[in-house]
Design a protein around this ligand. Structure first.
Ligand SMILES: Cc1cc2nc3c(=O)[nH]c(=O)nc-3n(C[C@H](O)[C@H](O)[C@H](O)COP(=O)(O)O)c2cc1C
Length: 200
């Protein structure tokens, strides 16, 4: 039975969150393509994981929580992750998940157990950080996750980036509202297309 692992980490509910609404679009299309599929859902903002501690780090997969989270990762045939930009990087709640599931000798190392799993990361952000923009150097969401998810866990990651999300509410960004709308629209299209492509 195909399994999707769906993680959200925005502090806002779906109708106020670009990442939640785009991960939902991906999930909806994935479910349409896999009527017999299972979705494992973790809302890391509503039910945050505790930070990893020394005992859990040392116990590795012997720790029941880490074992559950790692097993969820390994069971997944596809993964979708909502990763909003908070102070130039990912929410600490998502970082806590990464700290729990990254285990050298199992999910990381020479033969990462979830290697190759198709993974869509919805990296929403209030401003613009694309190539050539003044704030490009401040972008530590996709640059970090590329290393943590692809480099360490071996996942097959594609980023979808709804950006300039603050344009409709920040007066100084009012010239960017059209670009913001287009970015969001493109993100939903890309998410649906990716879910379809994975099924094909
Ligand atoms: C705590 C916090 C920190 C933020 N820091 C940044 C930032 O550094 N750069 C940025 O462009 N937007 C920043 N934002 C705005 C969010 O990236 C933006 O609202 C984005 O749409 C969040 O994704 P969401 O819509 O899924 O919640 C921040 C928002 C919050 C709540």
């Amino acid at each position: 039975m195909p399994t999707l692992l769906h993680l959200d980490s925005s502090i806002w509910p779906a109708d106020n969150s670009a990442s939640r609404s785009v991960t939902a679009t991906f999930r909806k299309e994935w479910e349409a393509q896999h009527p017999d599929g299972t979705v494992i859902y973790r809302d890391l903002a509503v039910e945050p994981l505790p930070h990893i501690d020394a005992a859990q780090f040392t116990a590795g997969a012997e720790d029941p929580r880490r074992n559950t989270l790692i097993t969820e990762l390994e069971q997944a045939d596809a993964i979708v992750i909502g990763a909003p930009m908070y102070n130039f990087t990912i929410p600490s709640t998502l970082k806590a998940w990464i700290d729990h599931v990254t285990l050298l000798g199992r999910t990381a190392g020479e033969q990462p157990s979830a290697a190759g799993t198709p993974t869509v990361v919805v990296a929403s952000r209030g401003g613009g950080y694309g190539p050539g923009t003044p704030r490009e150097e401040f972008e530590f969401v996709t640059t970090y996750l590329d290393k943590a998810l692809t480099g360490a866990l071996g996942l097959d990651v594609e980023f979808i980036v709804p950006e300039l999300t603050l344009a409709p509410v920040v007066p100084a960004m009012s010239d960017l509202v059209e670009l913001s709308d287009a970015s969001r629209h493109n993100a939903h299209e890309a998410a649906a297309a990716k879910a379809k492509a994975l099924a094909a």
